[in-house]
Design a protein around this ligand. Sequence first.
Ligand code: 13P
Length: 252
Amino acid sequence: MRKNVIAGNWKMNKTLSEATQFVDDVMDKIPSEDKVEAIVCAPFPYLASLAEKTKGTNVKVSAQNMHFEDNGAFTGEVSPVMLKDIGVTHVVIGHSERREYFAETDETVNKKTHAAFNHGLTPIVCVGETLEQREANETKSLVETQVKKAIEGLSNEQVAQTIIAYEPVWAIGTGKTASSEDANEVCAHIRQVVKSVTDEVTAEAVIIQYGGSVKPSNVDELLAQSDIDGALVGGASLEADSFLQLVEAGAK
Ligand code: 13P
């Protein structure tokens, strides 16, 4: 049985005191780790203090991006070594906003996924189509290419530990959610793609999240689907109460 993973992606939001307050508010109310995994994906400046604060609790701390090199002349970048060193456990890779605004490609996503595993970080790899691609009926082939490229060269064991987030770009921050059946169809396709390049055991183990306007009012229906194992949530993860409701839904 796969466990749900609920990750709140704060994107470029919150001050340090707001971030700290959020974690204080949710930390002791998160259900136990065998029921659900709860992750906050915070901006870089807050990661060290949030990781320190949540040590020993069931709140994991994730970065929203990183470079694939260990160190070097890459002004403004943050490496996997640094993230591991400060207690970060997860890293979001290939979010559509990074693909769209910061030239992230399937190739850099693959390098970053390898770098994450090389340093003991769990990658949350994002894939998903634009509205134009959906209307052109390209969703499945696009997502297939993105997934295959992202996990290329990983061992089956590493693939099994990868979290894949299916986030249709047209559903992000728009209030438009894919219907749970449509979301599940793509997530099931992703699992088939994983199986085609690994094996059945690996495909059954991999966590596939849905993301795109997930909120407390639609999360139950999404999580009830056969191939959706959690959610990557933007807007509705910014308030502690709302995040807690999502995590509690994941623990059911
Ligand atoms: P929203 O939940 O705000 O649509 O954002 C989804 C997302 O991009 C999470 O990474």
